[in-house]
Ligand binder design. Structure first.
Ligand code: PGA
Length: 251
């Protein structure tokens, strides 16, 4: 019932010229994928990514946004600007933004609301650090980040967004959560969504797993009943690897 969604988070990698090459390599490999595919390049490569993916199955997203439509906010980019360019998605609350750039549950919430207002799809990241996991706080952290990040959103809006469960200790480390661990936490997040928005909405909301997703572990992850896709960092930078992840059903 939930359509799988595989999204690439390029982080601070790739120039427009590199983006052009990637898109021309990946597009023929994934055109029959039959699921939702997104690439989130840096702001400076959005225009190129959008041009290169026009009339393809690939949709484009940003990695962050500010919550005001316009104003004296040096260095920021607004939801209306992303919408006007033709973006579809925007990542919000990635752990790197929480860790290095002061993102909080409150700013995540403002960004999610501002994106929904422009009919952009937020990909809202939640997940515990290694210390939090070791202290047995995984559920507490996911509960807080989900509840506060999505505060004040209606069930009709909630069904449009995507959640990405990304255990921080699995990001860029080569350590993937086991499929069973990821399933367990994601099922828990879905139960939180059911409390917030009702059972029917919770069953429609797509929840991705992220953290060292690779061609050789995607199939097992996607085999879990509550995992609806992946947010892919490192492996999304290589067209062949990203295509193999998108085509997991064919391997
Ligand atoms: P990774 O990153 O796949 O390189 O672990 C995932 C992410 O940060 O979204």
């Amino acid at each position: 019932m939930r359509k799988p969604i595989i999204a690439g988070n390029w982080k601070m990698y790739k120039t427009p010229a590199e983006t052009r090459i990637f898109m021309s390599q990946v597009e023929p490999l994934i055109r029959d994928a039959g699921l939702d595919v997104a690439i989130c390049p840096p702001f400076t490569a959005l225009e190129t990514a959008l041009q290169q993916t026009a009339n393809t199955v690939i949709r484009v997203g940003a990695q962050d946004v500010f919550w005001e439509d316009e104003g004296a906010y040096t260095g920021e980019v607004s939801p209306t600007m992303l919408k006007d360019m033709g973006c579809t998605y925007c990542i919000v609350g990635h752990s790197e933004r929480r860790q290095y750039f002061g993102e909080t549950d409150e700013t995540v919430n403002k960004k999610v609301k501002a994106l929904l207002k422009q009919q952009l799809i937020p990909i809202v990241c939640v997940g515990e650090t290694l210390a939090e996991r070791q202290e047995g706080k995984t559920r507490d952290v996911c509960l807080r980040q989900t509840r506060e990040g999505l505060a004040g959103i209606s069930p009709a809006e909630a069904v449009k967004l995507v959640i990405a469960y990304e255990p921080v200790w699995a990001i860029g480390t080569g350590k993937t959560a086991s499929a069973a661990d990821a399933q367990e936490v994601i099922a828990y997040i879905r139960s939180v969504l059911a409390e917030l928005f009702g059972q029917s909405a919770a069953e429609q909301i797509r929840i991705q797993y992220g953290g060292s997703v690779k061609p050789d572990n995607i199939k097992e992850l996607m085999g879990q009943p509550d995992i609806d896709g992946a947010l892919v960092g490192g492996a999304s930078l290589k067209a062949k690897d990203f295509a193999a992840i998108v085509n997991y059903q064919k391997s």
